[in-house]
Design a binder for this molecule. Sequence first.
Ligand code: URA
Length: 245
Amino acid sequence: MPINPELKRALHNRVRFYNDLGIYDFYAQPTTIWKETPMPVELAVAMPTSKPNPAEALRLIREDIGDCTRCKLHLQGRKQIVFGVGNPNADLMFIGEAPGADEDIKGEPFVGRAGQLLTNMIKAMGLQREDVYIANIIKCRPPGNRTPERDECDTCSPFLMRQIDAVRPKVIVALGAIAAKTLLAVNAPMSELRGRWFDFRGTKLAVTYHPAFLLRDPRQKKETWKDLQMVMKDLGLTLPAKAAE
Ligand code: URA
């Protein structure tokens, strides 16, 4: 019997959500699910029919994270969890690598020097920081700002996936190679990752340089601006008058 497309989509999303949590095995219970219409009560309850309120969804994710001790970073000097910030209904989401020292103190992503540059990049697109949503691959500062390790990314990323599902941005911008490679599960140089679109679980994803890299090599700002213009075009954003001159 054909499955109602809305139910199929809801089931698909639910399975993906469990996969993100590392759950792959499902056991079928003898049930009337596939035979009867209307939908059995227990499934109708499990499958929300309307989009949940993104702000509430984000609040619940933050609550689930709690004072996280799931990976070793909680023993390695992190002060607090850096969840994410911005508009829960944003069309545009930026994803960085991991909190640094300033973010660890403030509990907010991208608030240090690299964060100031990201804020300026957002402004150059004609937006305010409050218009977009900003998060990182992992939510705790690695000691000495080292690169996040595989187990840390694997443990933390289900929460990022839920944040993405809650915000449902039209476009994701991965900031830097670590964010891009982790999200896309590819091992390619930036030269192959930039300047094109990827499909990330049904959402368009572009890659650009990490602002911290741009602080070290400002010559790459020009290339970054090209990436941001590609994103602006897709979102129908026009250049601020000054930048368009
Ligand atoms: N670098 C990142 O990748 N994320 C931050 O939040 C700050 C610096």
